[in-house]
Design a protein around this ligand. Structure first.
Ligand code: ADP
Ligand code: MG
Length: 339
């Protein structure tokens, strides 16, 4: 009898252990946004170790990607007036990726938007609508072709170009977190609008992670969910960073063709991809392209994307069903799923 009770206890413990691994969440502020990394492990100490290791990696990347910190590589490069600069391996890799995605999107994503970003000052006390002459002068300095990657972490900026990695920084950080993990790890990393869902979600039978697609009019509410595993889900839109002047909204994603905030009829774009840096660059680029051009780009490049338009239509590309379980929930909030 005693042996039987012991066996039952052992079985219960085994079930309990697999059903309820310990979780630990690290909440912190980095890259100008709130971040939250939850890790699961066999006990709380293991989970905490993983979460803290991820947090430390993200914090260490901040000076590698920032352009406002005066001790950062990008700040130095932007002030170098065309001279060759040696940057860290992380900074070089991020610039290299940015140039690759700029070429892929025909410059809709362009990492040399810094003069325009500075001019408009969205999310700063200096936010304003600039004069056309100022916009023209800033635009003349925009062009990713002016980034000269010389190898061995050496970079030179030509034609007055200045780098702004704001459009891929959080994606690059999400990929850096993914690289720290092994097959046993379970981690949900929420770096602002960038989510990385890795390994098995212990609280669901399917092992998938459920990620909400926010309502652009109410970021606390969802209009759809995607169930994913070992993928990143990135959303860019006009609802978080903007200012209003004379009844108009001016947001932070600029169209390199006009120098104005992209006015493409979209409210948000979400991309699901194994590479978060790519997803981050593509959400920005697709937001600039708009629905029609964006859908054509996704079909040609096999991109899983979800578009939310200003007239409350939700579109998903064919690839979405291949990489996740997509559930539309926006009907009650006035959205329509245009299949
Ligand atoms: P978020 O930072 O809110 O996640 P994005 O990933 O779309 O949003 O990045 C927007 C940021 O990228 C802007 O704040 C600016 O720094 C930069 N940016 C704006 N327009 C572009 C563009 N067309 N291409 C590349 N970067 C851009
Ligand atoms: Mg982006």
């Amino acid at each position: 009898m005693r042996r039987m009770i012991a066996a039952i206890l052992l079985l219960l413990c085994a079930a309990g252990c697999t059903l309820r691994p310990a979780g630990y969440t690290a909440d912190f502020f980095a890259m100008d946004t709130f971040m939250s990394i939850t890790a699961y492990g066999r006990d709380e100490q293991a989970a905490q170790q993983t979460a803290v290791r991820c947090e430390q990696r993200v914090n260490a990347l901040e000076p590698a990607l920032s352009r406002t910190r005066e001790d950062s590589d990008i700040y130095r490069l932007n002030q170098a007036a065309g001279a060759v600069c040696e940057v860290s391996a992380d900074t070089y890799a991020a610039i290299e990726a940015a140039v690759e995605y700029a070429a892929l999107t025909g410059g809709a994503f362009d990492p040399t938007m810094a003069p325009l970003t500075d001019l408009w000052g969205v999310n700063t006390d200096a936010a304003r609508v600039p004069a056309q002459t100022e916009i023209d002068a800033a635009l003349a300095r925009v062009g990713y072709q002016n980034i000269d990657l010389l190898g061995e972490n050496q970079v030179r900026l030509l034609g007055g170009a200045q780098i702004d990695l704001g459009g891929i920084g959080k994606g690059f950080a999400t990929d850096a977190v993914a690289k720290l993990l092994d097959d046993e790890d379970s981690v949900l990393a929420m770096l602002g609008g960038n989510i990385g869902a890795y390994g098995q979600n212990p609280s669901r039978d399917s092992g998938n992670w459920v990620v909400g697609i926010a309502d652009p009019d109410d970021s606390a509410d969802y209009i759809a969910t995607v169930e994913v595993r070992d993928r990143s889900v990135v959303t860019s839109g006009d609802s978080e960073r903007y200012f209003e002047q004379d009844g108009r909204r001016y947001h932070h994603i600029f169209d390199p063709a006009t120098g104005y905030p992209a006015d493409s009829g979209l409210r948000s774009v979400t991309v699901i991809d194994t590479v978060s840096t790519r997803a981050d660059a593509l959400t920005t680029a697709l937001f600039v392209m708009g629905l029609e051009q964006g859908m054509a780009f996704c079909a040609a490049q096999n991109v899983a994307a979800i578009f939310v338009t200003a007239d409350k239509q939700v579109y998903a590309t064919d690839k979405v069903d291949e990489v996740c379980v997509f559930t539309f929930l926006g009907e009650e909030k006035g959205y329509a799923y245009a299949q």
